[in-house]
Write a protein that binds this ligand. Structure first.
Ligand code: 1GP
Length: 252
């Protein structure tokens, strides 16, 4: 079954999906394998792998380790075209639509596309939007773009609608890795209702209660990175999964 359909099935069956983000650049190899092997048993629905910077020369080898260790879908969450790897099921084909930097709107995509085709990866076109989250984040710095102000829900809504009209399949509201503040719930609700696309929410989500509120607000997928990246806290992973899988809004 195509990757995008698998993800939609997760949303359909569980109300929302839990994406675990692993940064192959920052996490030790043994830990990457451990966490990838165990994630499915503790309720993770897919592994996202990527980074806003890649300094390690062994990125591809690390991706291969992750892919070998799990039967979950492995989805590349690329910081640049240099992160296309054949050791994955697909790739979030991101365009940083909240910014106006042509490099991240189209240039990296042009560079990465031929390799995605050659490797047979499934691209999932995704409108990637940075949301202000209290302090400068790596992705804001690296992309040289301004985030959408937290209170400017209307700006986020029209960007997401444009993503839909451009043919994108999902929208990712990103507060940034390790953000002080996660994306505001009101923004998640307004964006998901207005644009009609599944909304991924990530950045700064620190506990199951916050995840639960974001799902209740309308998030289709929740991304957790930092909180699970450096320690094997499988109890926390499992609580997070339960919160994500039991909080979907009931649309009457
Ligand atoms: C970052 O949205 C992801 O791109 C996850 O953020 O590391 O803060 O969980 P955290």
């Amino acid at each position: 079954m195509p990757l995008f359909e698998q993800l939609l099935n997760v949303r359909e069956n569980k109300g929302a999906g839990f994406f675990l983000l692993l940064d192959p650049d920052r996490v030790e190899k043994s830990r990457l394998v451990d966490v990838s092997e165990s994630a499915q048993a503790f309720g993770v629905d897919a592994i996202l792998a990527g980074s806003s910077t890649v300094t390690a020369s062994n990125y591809d080898a690390r991706m291969a380790e992750i892919k070998r260790a799990t039967e979950l879908p492995v989805v590349i969450f690329p910081g640049s075209s240099g992160q296309v790897s054949k050791h994955a099921d697909g790739i979030l084909f991101l365009s940083l639509i909240s910014g106006r930097n042509p490099n991240y709107l189209i240039e990296e995509q042009v560079k990465g596309a031929p390799l995605i085709k050659a490797y047979g990866l499934e691209p999932i076109p995704t409108g990637y939007m940075l949301i202000e989250s209290g302090k400068l984040t790596s992705v804001q710095y690296v992309s040289g773009t301004l985030p959408i102000p937290r209170k400017k829900t209307d700006i986020a809504m029209v960007h997401a609608l444009a993503a839909n009209y451009l043919g994108m399949k999902m929208v990712y509201l990103e507060a940034g890795s390790g953000a002080e503040l996660s994306v505001p719930e009101e923004m998640v609700t307004a964006v998901s209702e207005y644009c009609g696309l599944p909304v991924i929410v990530g950045g700064g989500i620190k506990n199951p209660d916050d995840a639960s509120k974001l799902v209740a607000a309308g998030a289709s997928f929740i991304v957790i990175g930092t909180r699970l990246e450096f320690e094997n806290d499988f109890g926390f992973m499992s609580e997070m999964a339960d919160a994500i899988h039991s909080s979907a809004r009931t649309i009457i």
